[in-house]
Design a protein around this ligand. Structure first.
Ligand code: INI
Length: 159
């Protein structure tokens, strides 16, 4: 039986794009710190990490699409915080960013990691941005490493 699994080490000659939302920057800056820290601690060179700021989470997919289609990045790590407010706006933003990222990843073949929190409360978001529930930005970065290493092993890899 042949079994594939992605290692969590820095892949050779791989650049990582991090797309981070300015909306709820209090939370997303913590996700960004977690993602950058995780990449560095797994051996990714600082020069192989590029950060792009998005106005809000809704705009992340179009930025991710440009980056993924450029062919310059092994993975795009998307970071945002969608937090429920007094209206149903939250639902539209959360649905579009998750759907958009999945479309971009499937069309481009480049992993677009969903590090966008979708929370009912600010407290839930804080918990996931470096407090009680860890740092989901770091988790997203580790998922990116795993996906890049995994895709390089699977049939059809050209690199
Ligand atoms: N953007 C977020 O990233 N998080 C939110 O919680 C949020 N809410 O709830 O409004 C949000 N809205 C802005 C949205 O992403 C767009 O930037 C805006 O609608 C302009 O297109």
């Amino acid at each position: 039986m042949k079994e594939y699994q992605g290692q969590l080490t820095a892949p050779a000659e791989a650049k990582f794009a991090l797309v981070v939302s300015r909306f709820n920057e209090f939370i997303t800056s913590r996700l960004l710190s977690g993602a950058v820290d995780a990449l560095h601690r797994h051996g990714v060179d600082e020069d192989d990490v590029e950060v792009v700021w998005s106005p809000g989470s809704f705009e992340i997919p179009v930025i991710a699409a440009r980056l993924a289609e450029s062919g310059q990045y092994a993975a795009v790590v998307c970071l945002g915080a969608v937090i429920r407010g007094g209206t149903d706006h939250y639902q539209y933003v959360a649905a579009e960013v998750s759907k958009g990222l999945s479309v971009v990843a499937l069309r481009s073949g480049v992993p677009c990691i969903m590090g966008v929190l979708t929370c009912d409360t600010i407290e839930q978001a804080v918990d996931r941005a470096g407090a009680k529930s860890g740092n989901k930005g770091a988790a997203a970065a580790v998922a990116a490493l795993e996906m890049v290493n995994l895709l390089r092993q699977l049939p059809g890899n050209e690199s």
